[in-house]
Design a protein around this ligand. Structure first.
Ligand code: UDP
Length: 196
């Protein structure tokens, strides 16, 4: 348990969702009601994790033998099937449509939205001296529309200090680097200072 992490993530995620909504990304966000609770639109979650990578790290580095921090020739979009039982296996478009998880039209839209979110967040974090290495998004269906859902926080993004490459995300916990919440608080403070 990391005390008060939920409060920091609630604030961070809501600030990012509102910013993205203003920039034309439809999201589930409605209203923050207190430190730990937020009203969101009811959706049917698309059972996919949509991952965007700007820099090699984590499972990508391990799987393909590319050292962490290596710049990529192009951005990568990956899908994983959301299933704890199966260990969230990576899945491609034809596999997704074959088993009826989403249609090709939905996948095209998810991919386009994820890349647009990447552009907006890369710019936003760059203004705060933070490098957006990679992140995971989830989407939901509501009223015939796809909405950005779940949370966007240091639990779902790799965020490195632009000057020192210091990790400010969940890898501080996963790799036992200490000061987990300090990293999260630093991200929030920098976004607030940039009026996000
Ligand atoms: N991620 C996540 N939830 C997951 C898997 C990944 O939020 O269940 C995020 C992770 O924090 C990172 C990005 O997606 O920002 C890419 O993760 P990766 O595939 O490298 O897996 P990891 O190394 O995090 O297990």
């Amino acid at each position: 348990t990391i005390r008060d992490k939920g409060i920091v993530n609630n604030k961070l995620s809501n600030a990012l969702m509102q910013k993205l909504e203003k920039e034309g990304i439809p999201t589930h966000y409605v209203q923050e009601i207190n430190d730990r609770d937020t009203f969101v639109k009811k959706v049917e979650i698309v059972p996919l994790e949509v991952i965007v990578r700007n820099v090699a790290a984590g499972s990508f580095s391990k799987k393909y033998g590319v050292p962490e921090g290596t710049a990529l020739n192009n951005r990568v979009v990956e899908f994983s099937l959301k299933s704890d039982e199966l260990g969230d296996p990576m899945i491609n478009d034809s596999q997704i449509t074959a088993i009826g998880v989403a249609t090709q039209a939905e996948l095209d839209e998810l991919r386009a939205m994820a890349l647009r979110v990447d552009e907006l967040m890369t710019e936003l974090f760059a203004k705060c001296g933070i490098r957006l290495v990679d992140f995971k998004l989830e989407f939901g269906r509501a009223g015939g529309e796809l909405l950005l859902c779940d949370e966007i926080s240091p639990d779902s993004c790799r965020l490195w200090d632009a000057e020192t490459n210091r990790k400010m995300d969940k890898d501080r916990f996963r790799r036992d680097l200490g000061n987990v919440l300090d990293g999260y608080r630093d991200v929030l403070a920098r976004l607030q200072a940039a009026h996000v």
